[in-house]
Design a protein around this ligand. Structure first.
Ligand SMILES: *[C@@H]1O[C@H](CO)[C@@H](O)[C@H](O)[C@H]1NC(C)=O
Ligand SMILES: *[C@@H]1O[C@H](CO)[C@@H](O)[C@H](O)[C@H]1NC(C)=O
Ligand SMILES: *[C@@H]1O[C@H](CO)[C@@H](O)[C@H](O)[C@H]1NC(C)=O
Ligand SMILES: *[C@@H]1O[C@H](CO)[C@@H](O)[C@H](O)[C@H]1NC(C)=O
Ligand SMILES: *[C@@H]1O[C@H](CO)[C@@H](O)[C@H](O)[C@H]1NC(C)=O
Ligand SMILES: *[C@@H]1O[C@H](CO)[C@@H](O)[C@H](O)[C@H]1NC(C)=O
Ligand SMILES: *[C@@H]1O[C@H](CO)[C@@H](O)[C@H](O)[C@H]1NC(C)=O
Ligand SMILES: *[C@@H]1O[C@H](CO)[C@@H](O)[C@H](O)[C@H]1NC(C)=O
Ligand SMILES: *[C@@H]1O[C@H](CO)[C@@H](O)[C@H](O)[C@H]1NC(C)=O
Ligand SMILES: *[C@@H]1O[C@H](CO)[C@@H](O)[C@H](O)[C@H]1NC(C)=O
Ligand SMILES: *[C@@H]1O[C@H](CO)[C@@H](O)[C@H](O)[C@H]1NC(C)=O
Ligand SMILES: *[C@@H]1O[C@H](CO)[C@@H](O)[C@H](O)[C@H]1NC(C)=O
Length: 645
């Protein structure tokens, strides 16, 4: 390589270096070094509830975009004249609140402030606990300030006492101040308090007034309760005295039924306790026996706030006698004369009305002379029934405890005497869903028909399944149109008389009950028919001879449908005053043996129980704030001087 070449390379390198240096110098002229100063106006510590301001000033910032924003947020205040002031109204209390200053989007500087809590009482309450008043409230500062914040409470003109962190689990996390009082002197109607909150930034205080009634809130004893359950009432008892002896208090009891929300109850009872070493509350049990309830309690002295609710506990009511007997259906019996059988029908009890397990019914005639066999939940059968005697049938509901105190009565008349009140089921037209029958002969005192039906039934024609209730309606005509009712399976009809003498229900068996007419009558009828037919034939022949007219003869009469009951089923008297079905019920003396029947448990959804609404007592803020200089947060530990102009 020659020297020329070397020189020319050197020259070009020098030229390049010169050009670059010039270019850099020019660039430096257009981009002066940024020197931003950030500052918190009003000191490095703020008080929540006031307005906080920070400013940023950059040398040479004029004409360029300057922003101030709080760390972690996107909102910023922008300016183009070299100074920007950012304002935060009511900053939340915070250990280190950091603001950043940006020039053309690049962070240049930052400042940190400490925001102290504002005295803002929301839930200040005091409880009179004999030797002192226990006042609690939620602390206002955040956890980082806890060691720097102190609370004191002064009652009246007395020296303030120090408050501390509550150790009671029911006021966990709260501040508690125990102000001693003299238990022997009469409590004033109200008391004035002054709460002082001190932190590095100064003291704040608030004056409060509470009435004695507001402070007399009954609290629940800490220990486990002892439950004393009798059939009538339940008592909860705790070791430890009741602190307001001989004063009336109200006890609110909420019963939540385990399955049926409409059996849940809410009641308030008054009670009073004399001096005792036990604290005790008592309440009456719900009337439904053998049921699981969840109970929650709350109590208060007159004029005072309610206590907290005592944690829910279970209460299974003792099984008791069934609430009532079943009710007989109107005219609720049917008689089979051939079998000498009488069946009685009633409306069963609701499962809950049984108040106990082993739910059955017991039916017997008066004085227990005849005992029926119950079948299912709505009928009983008396065998060998004497229809020449009237009788009163009684029915009870029964459970593991015993029979219902009362019974329902059904008067069965002397059936053999009132045959002319019987009706005969005639036919059921499946196409038109129409049941028709022949009305009774006796029309004196007759008021109409009662029609019965149900939608579920096992094979028996005169009974319904336990799960299917028997429904009734009235009819004036000798037919009833079931086409409006879906799925009717069993039907019965009874003639109703105002004097109560009824022959009971007739169940549709599938065959006509209409009796064949006596033989002699049919013979006479047949003879007359033959004679008429004969004269008709003669007349027709005569007519045909006169004018060749064709006439078709009508088919005379079909063989009458065989009636399996035939003439055996005659007319029976009846005597059933219907007010007896639902009216006065009598206690009976004799009891009959009965076979227990098992009942399916009712399955129902549980309903979520309502949540208690938290109580929040708001006190108006009335604060006295004084400020003092504090070391700045944000690590560097010293206050930055104001920016140089
Ligand atoms: C700069 O502009 C802000 C508004 O963006 C204004 O409040 C402030 O007074 C101005 N400062 C100067 C020094 O002009
Ligand atoms: C407060 O002080 C306690 C003990 O003096 C200490 O254990 C705790 O960490 C401190 N809390 C804070 C937030 O400084
Ligand atoms: C703040 O209150 C405390 C306690 O009541 C008291 O000792 C202290 O002097 C008060 N400080 C100021 C600045 O008022
Ligand atoms: C239960 O209450 C009834 C009436 O309320 C009363 O007659 C009966 O004696 C009470 N039984 C018990 C054991 O308290
Ligand atoms: C309670 O509800 C059940 C079913 O939800 C109902 O059968 C019953 O009639 C209701 N009882 C009352 C007293 O409302
Ligand atoms: C119970 O009754 C009280 C008033 O007697 C009422 O304040 C409360 O809300 C009721 N609770 C429920 C769950 O209905
Ligand atoms: C409470 O009442 C009982 C009897 O009613 C009486 O013996 C007792 O002295 C009373 N106690 C108080 C503290 O009034
Ligand atoms: C009632 O029930 C409770 C608890 O189930 C039982 O301890 C108590 O003996 C029962 N009382 C009667 C009279 O059956
Ligand atoms: C049943 O009713 C339908 C419609 O009303 C009718 O057409 C039919 O003839 C009736 N059947 C009998 C056997 O009466
Ligand atoms: C109708 O009832 C009345 C009393 O209720 C009775 O005296 C009368 O004999 C009855 N009439 C007939 C036709 O049964
Ligand atoms: C029965 O009632 C239905 C309406 O419910 C009607 O359409 C029908 O014609 C009635 N049938 C007879 C035979 O009356
Ligand atoms: C049935 O007869 C009773 C009197 O025995 C009367 O009170 C009732 O109203 C009658 N019912 C009908 C539907 O006629």
């Amino acid at each position: 390589m020659g020297w020329r070449t070397r020189i020319s390379r050197l020259l070009s390198l020098t030229l390049l270096a010169t050009l670059m240096a010039r270019a850099l110098a020019e660039n430096a002229l257009h981009m002066p070094q940024a020197n931003c100063e950030m500052q918190s106006l009003g000191g490095p510590s703020w008080r929540s509830g006031t307005i906080g301001k920070v400013s940023c000033k950059c040398d040479g910032g004029e004409g360029r975009k300057m922003s101030v924003r709080r760390q972690g947020t996107i909102e910023s205040t922008d300016s183009y004249n070299g100074t920007v002031v950012h304002v935060d109204a009511n900053p939340a209390n915070e250990w280190e609140r950091r603001y950043e200053c940006l020039l053309d989007g690049v962070i240049q500087s930052h400042v940190c402030v400490r925001v102290y809590a504002l005295l803002n009482l929301k839930d200040f309450v005091c409880r009179d606990v004999v030797y002192y008043l226990r006042c609690t409230f939620s602390r206002m500062e955040n956890g980082n300030f806890e060691n720097k914040t102190h609370y004191q409470l002064a009652m009246g003109r007395a020296k303030p006492i120090d408050c501390r962190k509550s150790e009671d689990e029911r006021s966990r996390g709260k501040v508690e101040c125990s102000v001693p009082i003299d238990p022997n002197s009469r409590a004033p109607e109200w008391r004035d308090f002054r709460l002082i909150m001190s932190d590095d930034l100064g003291n704040q205080s608030k004056v409060l007034r509470l009435t004695q009634a507001e402070m007399e809130v009954l609290e629940w004893p800490r220990g486990k309760h002892n439950m004393i359950q009798t059939p009538n009432q339940t008592c909860l008892e705790w070791n430890g005295p009741f602190i307001y002896p001989n004063r009336t208090f109200e006890l609110n009891v909420q019963f939540r039924h385990s399955k049926l929300p409409n059996l849940s109850r809410n009641l308030t009872v008054s009670q009073m306790r004399a001096v005792s070493v036990f604290d005790q509350v008592c309440f009456g049990n719900p009337p439904e026996g053998n049921q699981l309830f969840y109970v929650s309690l709350s109590r208060r002295l007159h004029g005072s706030p309610w206590s907290e609710r005592y944690p829910e506990f279970e209460l299974t009511t003792n099984a008791s006698l069934p609430a009532r007997p079943p009710r007989f259906l109107a005219n609720g019996f049917s008689h089979d004369r051939a079998k000498r059988e009488l069946k009685v029908y009633w409306l069963p009890l609701d499962e809950l009305e049984f108040n106990g397990a082993e739910q059955t019914y017991v039916a017997s005639t008066r004085y227990g002379t005849k005992v029926a066999t119950t079948q299912g939940s709505m009928l009983a059968i008396f065998t060998d029934w004497d229809d020449t005697q009237p009788a009163t049938v009684s029915v009870w509901s029964s459970n593991v405890v015993g029979r219902s105190l009362e019974s329902s009565q059904l008067e069965v008349p002397r059936l053999s005497d009132i045959r002319d009140r019987r009706i005969y089921l005639e036919s059921y037209n499946k196409t038109s869903s129409r049941l028709s029958w022949q009305g009774p002969e006796e029309l004196g005192n007759f008021t109409g028909y009662i029609v019965y039906w149900c939608k579920l039934s096992s094979k028996v024609h005169d009974a319904c399944d336990d799960s299917s209730s028997i429904e009734t309606t009235y009819a004036r005509e000798t037919a009833y149109n079931f086409s409006g009712i879906q799925g009717v399976i069993r039907m019965a009809v009874a003639a109703n008389y105002s004097d109560g003498l009824t022959t009971g229900m007739r169940w549709w068996s599938g065959d006509s009950e209409v009796p064949e007419k006596p033989k002699i009558l049919r013979y006479v009828e047949g003879t007359i028919a033959l004679l008429v037919l004969g004269s008709l034939v003669l007349a027709i022949q005569k007519l045909r001879q006169m004018a060749d007219i064709r006439v078709e003869l009508p088919v005379m009469s079909e063989e009458p449908t065989a009636n399996p009951l035939g003439d055996v089923r005659l007319f029976y008297p009846a005597n059933v005053p219907p007010e007896k079905f639902y009216g006065t019920v009598r206690k009976t003396v004799t009891f009959a043996e009965e076979e227990p029947t098992r009942w399916p448990e009712i399955e129902l959804q549980e309903v979520p129980r309502p949540q208690p609404v938290p109580q929040a007592d708001a006190y108006v803020t009335n604060q006295y704030v004084s400020m003092s200089a504090i070391g700045a947060p944000c690590g560097d530990g010293y206050i930055k001087p104001p920016p140089v102009r």
